[in-house]
Design a binder for this molecule. Structure first.
Ligand code: HSO
Ligand code: ZN
Length: 448
C-alpha cells in the first residue's frame, strides 16, 4: 500500500480482497479520542463553578478562554439590535434561501393529527406530540464560524413550536458574536444568545443563571469539552435536561465506481477533510483500475494544495483511507459496518444503491449532489451522528424538538373487554390495588 510520501497528500490504500477482516477494521478505525475521564476532570469543576457562581462565573470563563475581557454581561436578549446583524446582501440572501429550504423540509415532518388505534372494542389508544418548551442550541466557535449550524438547529426548533430558544456561542475576543449567527437568531425568534462556549455555556443553559434561561434540552455539536459537559449535565437528575446525541469529529464515506468523476470525488473528500485534523474521510473504490485510482489521487493532491486550510487537510488525510473492493455489494457492506455520518454515492445506479443503505447519517445521491449542499442549503439537516453512532441514532430532525404523549380512553364496554387481563396480570405481580381499581368499576357496572 502507498504511504504518504514527502509533501504528497495521499490517502493510504487497503485492498479488501486480500486484507483480513481485522486488518480492514483496523484501518477504518476512527482516530482515537481523549479518555472521557480525563476530560470530565477538567469539565466538572467548571460546571460546579457555574452552578454556584451564575452569571459572574460564566463571564469570568469567557474573559479567560475567549479573551473577551470587555464583555460585561454573559447574554444578550431579543430583540437584537440591527447593528449586530449588519451583513452583506449576498449573505442575507444565502441565509434566507437556506432558511426557507430547511423550514420546508422540517415542516413536512410534522405529524398532522394524533395517531389513534382502537386495540379492542371500546379501548382507544392515542399518541400525540408536543414541542419541548425550552431548548438550548450550542453553536461552536473554533476554527470556523458556523452560522449554518445555527440554522440547522434553530429552524427545526422554530418549526416544532418550542417556546423558548436559547442560542449559545463563544464570542470573538472583541466580545461580539458573529453577525450571521445574530441574524439567524433573529429569524428563528430566539429569546437570547449566551455569549459563552465550552462547558460553561452548557452548564449555564442546563441550570440557568440570574440572566441565562434554564432549558429542557441541549442540542448541538461541539468539541470534547462540550460533549463531556452535555453528557455530565444530562446524567444529573437535578438538572432535568436531556441532550441530542454524542458528538465526534466529522466524517464522510464516498463510494465511487468507474462512472465517477475523479475531480468530484476528490472535492467531496476534501470538503469533509477541511473541517478538522481529526476528521476522517473514506473512499470505497468499486472495481477501479490503477489509472482511475491514480486520477483520484492526483486530483486530491492538486486540489488540496490549492486550499487555504491545506494544513488541516493534511492532518485529516493522514488517517484517512481508500478501500479497494470488487463489487457494489462489498462496498455497501463495508459502508454499513462503518456507519458514516455522510455517505456519498457517486456510482452508476446511485438511487438503487440507497435501498442497501442500513447505517448512515445522511446520504448524497449521484454526482450532482456534493455534501456541501446538505451542509448548507438543500434542506436536510447537517447535525448528524458521527463516530459510528449512525447505527443507533438519527440526525437532528423535527422529532428532536418534540416529545410524544400517549393517552388511553375506555368506555364501560372497553373496561369489560380488557379488565380480565389487567386483573390477572395484577394478581401475578401481587399488586392488589391495581387489581381492585378495575374490579371496583366492574362491580359498579354489574350493580347498575
Ligand atoms: N459537515 C459538517 C457541517 C458543516 N459543514 C457546517 C459546513 N458547515 C457536519 O459534519
Ligand atoms: Zn461540512
Amino acid at each position: 500500500p502507498a504511504k504518504p510520501t514527502d509533501g504528497q497528500i495521499v490517502m493510504q490504500k487497503i485492498d479488501s480482497t486480500t486484507a483480513t477482516e481485522t486488518e480492514l477494521r483496523k484501518k477504518l478505525q476512527r482516530p482515537s479520542q481523549k479518555s472521557p475521564d480525563a476530560i470530565l476532570k477538567i469539565v466538572t469543576p467548571i460546571i460546579d463553578e457555574v452552578r454556584k457562581g451564575g452569571d459572574k462565573a460564566v463571564l469570568s470563563y469567557t474573559h479567560k478562554f475567549e479573551k473577551a475581557t470587555s464583555l460585561t454581561s454573559p447574554v444578550i436578549k431579543a430583540p437584537f439590535p440591527k447593528e449586530m446583524m449588519d451583513l452583506p446582501q449576498e449573505t442575507i440572501q444565502a441565509i434566507d434561501i437556506s432558511f426557507e429550504n430547511i423550514r420546508k423540509f422540517h415542516a413536512a415532518q410534522k405529524e398532522e393529527k394524533a395517531l389513534q388505534v382502537e386495540t379492542m372494542p371500546g379501548v382507544v389508544c392515542s399518541r400525540f406530540s408536543r414541542p419541548i418548551e425550552r431548548v438550548g442550541l450550542y453553536i461552536p466557535g473554533g476554527t470556523a464560524v458556523l452560522p449554518s449550524t445555527a440554522l440547522m438547529l434553530g429552524v427545526p426548533a422554530m418549526v416544532a413550536g418550542c417556546q423558548k430558544i436559547v442560542l449559545a456561542s463563544p464570542p470573538r475576543s472583541d466580545g461580539r458574536v458573529t453577525p450571521e449567527i445574530v441574524y439567524v437568531a433573529h429569524k428563528i425568534g430566539a429569546e437570547s444568545i449566551v455569549l459563552a462556549g465550552g462547558a460553561q455555556a452548557v452548564a449555564a443553559m442546563a441550570y440557568g443563571t440570574e440572566s441565562i434561561s434554564k432549558v429542557d434540552k441541549i442540542l448541538g455539536p461541539g468539541n470534547q469539552f462540550v460533549t463531556a459537559a452535555k453528557m455530565h449535565v444530562s446524567n444529573d437528575t437535578n438538572a432535568g435536561v436531556s441532550i441530542d446525541m454524542p458528538a465526534g469529529p466529522s466524517e464522510v464515506l464516498v463510494i465511487a465506481d468507474k462512472d465517477a468523476n475523479p475531480a468530484f470525488v476528490a472535492s467531496d473528500l476534501l470538503s469533509q477533510a477541511e473541517h478538522g485534523v481529526d476528521s476522517q474521510v473514506i473512499l470505497i473504490a468499486v472495481d477501479l483500475d490503477e489509472q482511475q485510482l491514480k486520477a483520484i489521487d492526483d486530483e486530491l493532491h492538486k486540489q488540496a494544495l490549492a486550499l487555504p486550510r491545506v494544513d488541516i487537510v493534511r492532518g485529516a488525510i493522514a488517517h484517512s483511507v481508500t478501500v479497494l473492493v470488487k463489487t457494489m455489494d462489498d462496498a455497501m457492506r463495508i459502508s454499513n459496518d462503518y456507519a458514516p455520518e455522510h455517505l456519498i454515492l457517486q456510482v452508476k445506479d446511485a438511487e438503487q444503491a440507497v435501498d442497501k443503505v442500513m447505517n448512515a447519517g445522511s446520504v448524497f445521491i449521484g454526482q450532482w449532489t456534493p455534501e456541501s449542499v446538505g451542509d448548507y442549503s438543500a434542506g436536510v439537516n447537517h447535525s448528524l451522528p458521527t463516530y459510528g453512532f449512525a447505527k443507533q441514532y438519527s440526525g437532528v430532525n423535527l422529532g428532536s424538538f418534540m416529545k410524544h404523549i400517549t393517552s388511553s380512553n375506555l368506555t364501560a364496554d372497553g373496561l369489560r373487554n380488557v379488565g380480565t387481563a389487567v386483573m390477572q396480570l395484577a394478581k401475578v405481580e401481587e399488586l392488589e390495588a391495581h387489581r381492585r381499581a378495575v374490579e371496583m368499576r366492574l362491580q359498579f357496572l354489574d350493580g347498575q
